[in-house]
Design a protein around this ligand. Sequence first.
Ligand code: SF4
Length: 376
Amino acid sequence: MKVRYISDLESLEQLSEEERRRLAPVADRYAFRLNDYYARLINWSDPNDPIRRLVIPQSEELVAWGDLDASGEVDYTPVRGCQHKYSDTALLLVNEVCGAYCRYCFRKRLFMNDNDDASMDYSKGLAYIAEHEEITNVLLTGGDPLILSTRRLGQIFSDVSAVPHVRIIRIGTKMVAFNPFRVLDDPELLSLIREYCEGGTQIYLMNHFDHPRELTPQAREALRLLLEAGAQIVNQCPIIRGVNDRPQILGTLFRELSFEGCPPYYVFQGRPTAGNKPYEVPIVEGWRIFIEANRHISGLAKRARFVMSHHTGKLEICGIDGRYIYFRYHRAHRPEDYGRMLITLRDDQAYWLDQLTVVSGPASAIKAAAHFNPHG
Ligand code: SF4
């Protein structure tokens, strides 16, 4: 099915004229993009519809808050378009467009005109990966790699898999949610995935479903075809205010994903990214939602870790009591920090580690905490 893209609020007739006028400055600041398939999932008569919140600008996005690069990705960018933070995994930012734009995106800087973090020419990133034998996983991201043509993706697969130490290619994508016809209508994409899986390079689709209503019959069928082609599929999503910040919604999402063979992998604490204030949920509240969501589902549905992608590493939020929040380094930039506990005083208003008082943990995290100003 041909899906039509909408990148201009003016042409979104489901919004009133007043809404279009009021939201135009927001879309000028933080790019807007939608498509007619996803627009049909929205209940337009409900101003608080969760699918609507996911893609339609909110005036509150203009509130001063956070940073465009909230977890310092620039510090882990050895060459343009390539990030290397954890020894075995490198990111190639191969594209700067998505099937629609999530309002809470932590990489929205990519969609701004004056940004060049992503690169269509990935040759320098590829050379960097080839020189680093410790890199066994390459995550194609951006933007959404599945926006690229299958021919282009085939070229990237071929180049990346030619590096002998790369064993896994991951694709970070929300296309199955935003436009499942990208998969349903392209048998060549499925053949490409099958070819590489059978050839010994594992292809992982890191899907991004935020709400159970995104799991339409078409999206479920696309997941089934991807599995049939040999891809491994998992899901990762943040907890987003007004979208999935209710345990019943998040639990249903986890359960339904497990029924589709797409286990939840990470649930993220939202990064304090510029423009994201209306979508943020404090850590303590997010933890309660996450625990409650997992309460009545099977072990297979509750495989996600609740993590914060902090500048110093990926911190799992392991527990909270009356006084403290307990984190553990699930991934760490400094190898010596891996597995270490980090304990902070509890603050129910805090959104990010750097707003908390660290009482025990690696010096690097304590230092990072001293330099943060979410309103700066
Ligand atoms: S699909 Fe991912 S990269 Fe694209 S807008 Fe959404 S969160 Fe950002």
